[in-house]
Design a binder for this molecule. Sequence first.
Ligand code: NAP
Length: 288
Amino acid sequence: MTRGLALLGHNISYTLSPLIHNTACRYAGAEYVYLPVDISPGKLSNALDALRLLGFAGGNVTIPHKIEIMKFIDSISETARRIGAVNTFTIADGSLTGHNTDADGFFYGYEGELSELHGEPVLILGTGGAARAVLDALAIRTRPALLLIAGRSEGRIEALMNQANSYGIKEVEAVPWNKDGLYRAAIRAKGIIQTTPIGSSSYIGMSPVEVSFPFSENHIVIDLIYDPTETSFLSAARKRGSRASNGLPMLLNQAALAFTIWTGLSFPLTEVQNTVQQHIQQHMTMDL
Ligand code: NAP
């Protein structure tokens, strides 16, 4: 019998996950159907009860439910516990298990780039859920020499700094969210990871940094946004010779890991990648 997988989020019309997972199911011969479900804040618990009742096998959670869901799960993977957020869940015999595939998805998506950041200074822009997953992957696998954390909320910066310290990373500095603070941090950094939604289809044409931001050919730049595929931030980095990547490698790799958790099957990466590329050429936002 075909079983359901749900993406629980709010304002998620931009998502590529249904295309990714339904394509993967078709090529892998997995009998599942993946559906996006818009759930308002405060309604997550009801939505999870409904999925249990309907016999869903699990799903993904995205903004704004990634942390909230922690209250309703019965068990949690080690990675999700460390990060403090869940992006993937399974339901078996009514019991809900939370996982987080964002950190490993980030690591496998940019393995080549991240290997060059070992022992180097890295600047993270943003302090939300994605930043926590990026920090986990960097701290556990890449081991940068210094982490520079830039955000507009002092409380959230402090939480990330504590997270970094808990992994034994001693060199961590807060960066003020202003032109001068970001400029100075970029000069010191080799890696720059952009984790805010600024520049995404909801903030089209905008950039988290000023035009004077000192991108150079020494920088490795990753923007987690994948719609548009080239943000103003990425295109400025590329123009100044930085090695720059968008969020698609992370998106595909976190999806591949989630797919295997639900189905026990290998993810048909090439076929999904080709389908997603075709879709992007035909339908997605162009940041002109
Ligand atoms: P989140 O938890 O809501 O965090 C967003 C972060 O961006 C927060 O630090 C927030 O600051 C900051 N921010 C938002 N608007 C801002 C503004 N106007 N000026 C300065 N800072 C601002 O969201 P998330 O889950 O981390 O996701 C962030 C982005 O990453 C989204 O675009 C998402 O699509 C993308 N993402 C991509 C992948 C992938 O696979 N490629 C995976 C996960 C996420 P405050 O805390 O001050 O609000």
